[in-house]
Write a protein that binds this ligand. Structure first.
Ligand code: NAP
Length: 241
């Protein structure tokens, strides 16, 4: 197993939900962290409860932010081992109802910014011939339903990118894993009305928690160096698939 203690990780989208749970789970393993998200107050509060965490608040669509995160990890801790490419937005709705402006912003965050983060950290990982990129994809990166075409498209884009990058890096020690969560209770659904919430629409009695996802990511990271888990789909027992 890989010993995570002392390893250094960047986490995007650390201010809530899955990103916050990743930060806490990594901290319990003794990892050192660089956390980002727009809400600086939340980053500060989270960092205050963790052992070794630096914060760099910002909008992930800022093209310079991914490199600043790498630089912060190297200057604060002298190394970078893991990057969780996790920040994301969710917009869905029928052709007639979906807000096109919010849909386009989602594409910028979930695709353009996520691609920049991936390629930026992979330049560093490739040069050092080690490192683990973990993208937060989705069950929607593998399956579609009506009304989620744009969101599913962003997550399918992450899947395609990761597949190609794995092939490109096949001769190296760099690993790329996609975590593909099913419905997980986070703030990502807060802007939806109760009727639009996928929980009711799909009859899901008990969604996953962010801690469930963090546990799976830790499992992927701790695998011995010769074991590479490209993707892990995890869903609530009651979510139809
Ligand atoms: N919850 C689910 O059921 C589920 C299922 C599958 C996949 N996912 C994926 O899981 C990831 C995390 O989502 P979550 O469920 O944990 O939702 P969440 O609690 O709403 O967290 C989303 C995170 O993304 C950050 N973010 C959004 N836009 C940003 C921007 N422009 N710049 C910087 N950070 C930004 C937010 O930080 P700030 O607002 O502070 O910037 C926040 O930390 C997403 O990629 C999502 O697609 C979620």
């Amino acid at each position: 197993m890989i010993e995570l203690e002392g390893r250094v990780a960047i986490i995007t989208g650390a201010t809530s939900g899955i990103g916050t749970a990743l930060a806490r789970a990594f901290d319990r393993r003794g990892m050192r962290l660089v956390l980002t998200g727009r809400r600086e107050d939340r980053l500060q509060t989270l960092a205050g409860e963790l052992g070794a965490a630096r914060t760099l608040a910002g909008d992930i669509t800022d093209p310079g932010l991914p490199q600043r995160l790498v630089d912060e990890a190297l200057s604060a801790f002298g190394r970078l081992d893991v990057a969780c490419n996790n920040a994301g937005l969710l917009e869905f709705g029928t052709i007639d109802e979906i807000d096109l402006g919010r849909m386009a912003l989602m594409v910028r965050v979930n695709v353009e910014a996520a691609f920049r983060v991936a390629y930026t950290v992979l330049r560093h990982f490739k040069a050092q011939n080690s490192g683990h990129l973990v993208n937060t994809s989705s069950i929607a990166g593998t399956k579609v339903r009506p009304t989620i075409g744009a969101y599913a498209g962003t997550k399918h884009a992450i899947e395609a990118m990761a597949q190609s990058l794995r092939l490109e890096l096949a001769e190296t020690n760099v690993r790329i894993s996609n975590i593909q969560p099913g419905l997980t209770s986070t703030e990502i659904f807060d802007h939806l009305t109760a009727d639009a919430h996928p929980r009711g629409q799909q009859g899901i009695t008990e969604p996953l928690t962010p801690e469930d996802i963090a546990r799976c990511v830790v499992f992927m990271l701790e695998q011995p160096a010769h074991v590479h888990i490209p993707a892990m789909l995890v869903k609530p027992q009651s979510q139809p698939l």
